[in-house]
Design a protein around this ligand. Structure first.
Ligand code: NDP
Ligand code: NHF
Length: 328
């Protein structure tokens, strides 16, 4: 039976934090999608998750989920170090796939994953859901309709205090250099950089400085960079994970105005034009991946093209590797 004629049954590999509210409920809410099974290595937690979310089957073996004939598509929501391992198996099984961000810990692995799906002409989506959120699409509309004139430059400053977990020395995959060379940069800066490419196109030149200032974990904790989009717009960024105060501020500078917003916080967007400054509150859906999931459904039905694919996410990893200094 053609995928277009039936409800698409998703299997989820890795059912941790991101899936609880942000993603899984969206897969159950969108008409034409359902969740057929989940998998994680801890059986008790897998069973508990399936029960709480009303999912019929759970596995501790990913191969069993991937090859289950009652599973049509697979969402990989594990930490990034095993995205390639599972992604290649899903491509081999010939099933559409969505992989959490970042697509992999480095650009090379992203290329391998993306080519595996492309060679079989199977859709590969990546959960950079900001590309589908009304709040960020409103900004894109202002940019594209020259609301602030010709765009010249953008700057993003993201900083966070050292957390109790960072100080405790307890294991955290987000700051393990074997999983994320750039630490919280990989985890968080990826979202904004991906969004800037969505707004302004491919980045052709980028240089960065990155290091570990605090010595609290193996990953890096500080980075700064400048770059050029193919459109001629310049960008700069600064990410630091050991400051007194939290800050998350993007400024887009145009010839006739400015847009100020935050990537993670829900403060109003400030739009300055020659007529003054206005504040705009645009709420997110309860399950923040809702429109991303809806657009995967529309893509699979052949109605529209999803904005976040293996190809777009691979470019984001290329930019990140340039900044963090991973070998390309
Ligand atoms: N788009 C977004 O807003 C967000 C995206 N993310 C991304 O989602 C992914 C997961 O993050 P998060 O949910 O916070 O992580 P968690 O640590 O909360 O959960 C990870 C899950 O993956 C499972 N897992 C870990 N290793 C393996 C493995 N080798 N095989 C199978 N399952 C495994 C764990 O279960 P077990 O140990 O039992 O196997 C657990 O269920 C990351 O890529 C992250 O960057 C995260 C948060 C927000
Ligand atoms: O991608 C992400 C978005 O935000 C979360 C925190 O607020 C992160 O932990 C996460 O990995």
């Amino acid at each position: 039976m053609d995928i277009k004629d039936k409800t698409i049954r998703w299997g989820i590999i890795g059912c941790g934090n991101v899936t609880e509210i942000k993603s899984s409920p969206a897969y159950q809410k969108i008409e034409g999608f359902t969740i057929g099974a989940v998998m994680r290595r801890d059986e008790e937690k897998a069973a508990d998750y399936a029960k709480r979310h009303g999912i019929a089957k759970y596995y501790t073996d990913a191969d069993a989920l991937i090859n289950d004939p009652e599973i049509d598509a697979v969402y990989i929501a594990t930490p990034p170090d095993v995205h390639k391992y599972y992604g290649l198996k899903v491509a081999e099984a010939g099933k559409p796939c969505c992989i959490e961000k970042p697509l992999a810990p480095n650009y090379k692995d992203c290329v391998t994953i993306t080519e595996a799906f492309a060679s079989k002409n199977i859709p590969l989506f990546v959960a950079y859901y900001r590309r589908t959120l009304p709040r960020f699409e409103q900004i894109r509309e202002w940019i594209n309709t020259n609301k602030i004139g010709t765009i010249r430059h953008l700057h993003w400053h993201l900083s966070k205090p050292t957390s109790a977990q960072d100080l405790s020395g307890d294991y955290n995959w987000r700051t393990d250099s074997k999983i994320a060379t750039g630490g919280y940069f990989d985890d968080l800066a990826s979202h904004g950089l991906d969004l800037f490419v969505h707004y302004f196109g491919t980045i052709t030149n980028v240089s960065g400085i990155s290091l570990n200032q605090q010595g609290l974990y193996t990953a890096k904790d500080a980075a700064t960079a400048c770059w050029l989009h193919e459109s001629g717009i310049t960008g700069s960024g600064c990410w630091n994970f050991g400051t007194l105060e939290r800050e998350d501020k993007v400024e887009i500078f145009g010839s006739e105005g400015k847009i100020v917003f935050s990537v993670f916080e829900n403060e109003p967007i400030l739009l300055t034009t020659t007529e003054g400054t206005t504040a705009h509150e645009i709420a997110h859906p309860e399950n923040i991946q809702l429109y991303h999931v809806q657009q995967m459904r529309d893509h699979l039905l052949g109605h529209s093209q999803h904005p976040s694919t293996g190809t777009t996410a691979t470019h984001t990893n290329w930019v990140m590797d340039q900044i963090i200094g991973n070998e390309i």
